[in-house]
Design a protein. Structure first.
Length: 348
């Protein structure tokens, strides 16, 4: 691992300016070159499990914008897919899964199978690491997974959208069964991320996109607890790799999450005040975020003012520039280029 990479320096506790930058969903439907590859692949799962094509779409935004990190092109639902849950992505509907409703379904999931079934994804990571070492030596490679609660939401409800009433109800009505599912996902996530590190990932990120739908006691049990255990396991088995946590919509719980889980970086969602987060999160933990993705769509003054507001809030502490959520399909590619000009010009 090269500590001279800006992302790795920040995650080791250093302040780097201008801040290293990458964007959630930086590879995707807003890029015409991505749409061409997506059409070639067929369905979305086929794209995620085709190492040549998945590596290509991961690298496309680096060629355009020169981000400081590449993030593996994949999906948080590849873990339930690797566990054997039926999964498909329907055009206009998003992910559709066969809902998990009872203990018999949970009993069919074997975490020891995850790494083997996900072997094509690990081949993508390996290809990416080779390409980055050759062509982008200062660019870090991020591997990722969904955090157990968020993944469980999709597994129980069987689809995205809404606030996952079936998963939340199961957690209330049968917390023992829900805990069994979470335990399976903890073990699976550790195995999946360890395999990514072994294939070449230099940073790991845990996406808990629906953490904010829980009440405080649920947040403690189903978000903080599993994340803490995953981070502890990875600190033991792969101690050299920093971890970024993203407990989206966590609000005032963000600083406690950052400290108690043991992550090296924490990501802010769009709603969070970066001035507050910069002061509330300990200076030893990097803060990432949190420009509104729609400011990138709007461009112009909205983009410039928004980007500079985030940068000024985080100046002088370990920070990574990113969005508060992912780029949306209607984003003009030129506006992403303008964002990078704004960020880089601040260091000149």
């Amino acid at each position: 691992m090269q500590i001279d990479k800006p992302m790795l320096r920040v995650l080791s506790g250093q302040s780097v300016w201008p801040p290293p930058t990458w964007l959630m969903r930086q590879a995707g439907r807003y890029l015409p070159e991505y749409r061409e590859v997506r059409a070639q692949a067929g369905d979305f799962i086929a794209l995620c499990t085709n190492p040549a094509l998945a590596a290509e779409v991961t690298l496309q935004p680096l060629r355009r914008y020169g981000f400081d990190a590449a993030i593996l092109f994949s999906d948080i639902l590849m873990v339930p897919w690797a566990l054997g849950q039926k999964l498909r992505f329907a055009e206009g509907e998003g992910p559709l899964l066969e809902p998990v409703t009872d203990a018999a379904a949970v009993a069919t999931f074997d975490p020891s199978r995850v790494a083997a079934r996900a072997a094509p994804i690990m081949e993508t990571v390996s290809r990416l690491r080779s390409a980055l070492d050759r062509d982008y030596p200062s660019t870090a490679l991020i591997g990722f997974a969904g955090s157990p609660f968020t993944v469980a939401c999709y597994m129980v409800d069987g689809r995205g959208g809404g606030e996952f009433p079936a998963a939340r109800l199961l957690a209330h009505r049968d917390p023992v069964l829900f805990a069994q599912l979470i335990a399976v996902l903890e073990a699976s996530t550790v195995a999946y991320l360890e395999a990514q590190v072994d294939a070449g990932a230099e940073v790991l990120m845990l996406f808990d996109s629906w953490a904010g739908v829980l009440p405080p006691d649920g947040f403690e049990r189903w978000v903080v607890g599993p994340t803490t255990r995953i981070v502890a396991a990875l600190r033991t088995s792969r101690p050299q790799v920093p971890i970024i946590g993203f407990p989206r919509m966590s609000g005032a719980s963000l600083p406690s999450y950052a400290v108690r889980t043991g992550v090296q970086g924490v990501s802010m969602d769009t709603t969070m005040d970066p001035v507050w987060a910069a002061a509330a999160v300990p200076a030893s933990i990097a803060v990432q975020g949190n420009l509104d993705p729609l400011a990138v769509v709007a461009g112009g003054a909205a983009l410039e003012v928004g980007a500079r507001r985030v940068m000024e809030a985080l100046r002088g502490r370990p920070s990574i520039f990113n969005l508060g959520h992912g780029l949306v399909p209607q984003t003009p590619p030129g506006n992403v280029g303008r964002l990078m000009e704004i960020i880089r010009s601040d260091g000149e």
